[in-house]
Design a binder for this molecule. Structure first.
Ligand code: FAD
Length: 412
């Protein structure tokens, strides 16, 4: 490895690899080192709960780039190496085993770890989570032999896994503690539609119930899930999708600020100007100006990575990209733009009956986001419009007949 200092990135997920790629695209000539504890070539995560899980895509189809690409770009990929600490004084990342990797600028792109429920049986064989390729391989092979699958958590991840498992012919139940699916993610009408899609396909969706314990079959394997209302759902595979916690240890031990994510400013710098944080692990000033947020999406990971690369090559700018996200279950595509949590008014366009509609979500009379079901054109128009015209009122939209093209100056 070169002794010249350059940029070191910890984490080779969507955010970390994009930092490296964008640096090279911007003409950055100093060394770029990307460190990841996973041994595989860096890969896309969304297929892990969709096409990779259902067996429709292989690993070679989901890696970002072939191995030669990294060497051709002068990007040193240290795969299978865990970063254990940061010595901020000497500006060195400390790898497990004792090696030090010096940096001029360090980017933390360390992602998150799935939460496990603190209940009896959570550690039994056959109780899995999904975050990494390793997890996905294990889940995929468990699905080959499982017949009754229980998903704990009715968020996007759990529902995508439910759809993949059901498509493979399994008996699938989803248990969600909130009164409806996707409580933290989308508005009630969109969640109700998604619940209907799952019910139509034979998924047993149970909301408003909590898992009390996971029952042992007597040999250390899962046999059933018992809910706190006393019912027992037989299971030979349980997948827990109850959210994630940001990986904060490196930042904490290095004395950086953490608060439900590594705290960064609008240029994605931590309190140490030589260290940035991007992607799922970063808590940054909210694009809608209300406090701070941590966003788990590919768009956020990629856009923040591009923004930090620009900063490193001397073109800093505040990060304020409009967030967007997508999910796909049973062929139903849900796409969102903006941050719709806490909205107090939802207006629908299109046809809910035909499963093609958009939900315009308002808070305090202002448009905060648009959620589109099988309406990709609505989504694209909303993304373009909301990126240029950030504060649209309900009155403005009413007058425009909820046609965003007029408001964003987008040609018909
Ligand atoms: C199954 C699944 C499906 C998803 N589907 C969608 C979707 O449809 N649409 C969407 O927008 N988003 C989706 N997401 C979310 C999206 O994938 C994440 O937001 C994105 O991967 C975040 O990228 P990241 O680089 O910040 O984190 P990650 O991709 O998690 O990468 C972090 C990396 O850091 C490494 N690391 C952590 N600590 C250390 C350390 N100390 N030393 C070395 N390496 C370390 C980890 O091994 C990991 O590889 C999905 C996520 C999952 C898990």
């Amino acid at each position: 490895m070169s002794t010249e200092r350059g940029t070191v990135v910890v984490g080779a997920g969507h955010a970390g690899t994009q930092v490296a790629f964008s640096l090279r695209e911007a003409g950055y000539r100093k060394p770029v080192v990307v460190i990841d504890s996973e041994p595989d070539l860096p890969y896309q995560k969304p297929p892990l709960s969709k096409t990779f899980l259902s067996g429709d895509q292989s690993i070679s189809q989901i890696v970002f780039r072939p191995r030669e690409f990294y060497s051709s770009q002068g990007i040193t990929l240290l795969a299978g190496r865990q970063a254990d600490g940061i010595d901020r004084k000497s500006r060195t990342v400390l790898l497990a085993g004792g090696t030090g990797v010096p940096y001029e600028h360090l980017v933390l792109a360390v992602g998150c770890t799935p939460k496990r429920p603190d209940i009896e049986g959570a550690g039994l064989d056959g109780v899995l989570t999904l975050r990494s390729l390793r997890d996905a391989r294990r889940l995929r092979s468990s699905l080959l032999t499982a017949s009754r699958v229980v998903i704990v958590g009715g968020g996007f991840l759990g529902l995508e896994i439910a759809a993949a498992a059901r498509t493979l012919g399994k008996h699938v139940s989803v248990i969600e503690v909130q009164d409806r699916l996707l409580e933290r993610a989308v508005s009630a009408p969109v969640a109700a539609h998604v619940a209907g899609v799952h019910a139509d396909r034979g998924v047993n969706v149970r909301c408003g119930v909590q898992v009390g314990r996971i029952v042992d079959d007597g040999s250390g394997r899962v046999a059933a899930v018992e809910t706190t209302d006393g019912s027992v759902v037989p299971a030979d595979l349980v997948v827990v999708g109850i959210g994630v916690s940001p990986n904060e240890e490196l930042a904490t031990t290095a004395g950086l600020d953490v608060a439900g994510g590594i705290v960064v400013d609008s240029e994605l710098s931590t309190k140490d100007p030589c260290i940035s944080a991007v992607g799922d692990c970063a808590r940054f000033p909210s694009p809608d100006g209300a406090g701070s947020v941590r966003i788990e999406s590919v768009q956020n990971a990629l856009d923040q990575a591009r923004s930090v690369a620009k900063k490193i090559v001397g073109r800093p700018a505040p990060y304020h990209a409009m967030p967007w996200f997508w999910s796909e279950q049973f062929g139903t595509k849900v796409q969102m733009v903006g941050l719709t949590g806490g909205c107090d008014n939802v207006r629908l366009t299109g046809s809910v009956d035909e499963g093609k509609f958009s939900a315009f979500c308002f808070r305090d009379g202002l448009l905060r986001g648009v959620e589109s079901v099988n309406s990709p054109r609505d989504h694209i128009v909303a993304r373009k419009t909301m990126s240029v015209t950030r504060l649209l009122s309900l009155d403005q939209l009413d007058r425009a007949g909820f046609d965003l093209r007029d408001l964003g100056g987008i040609p018909r």
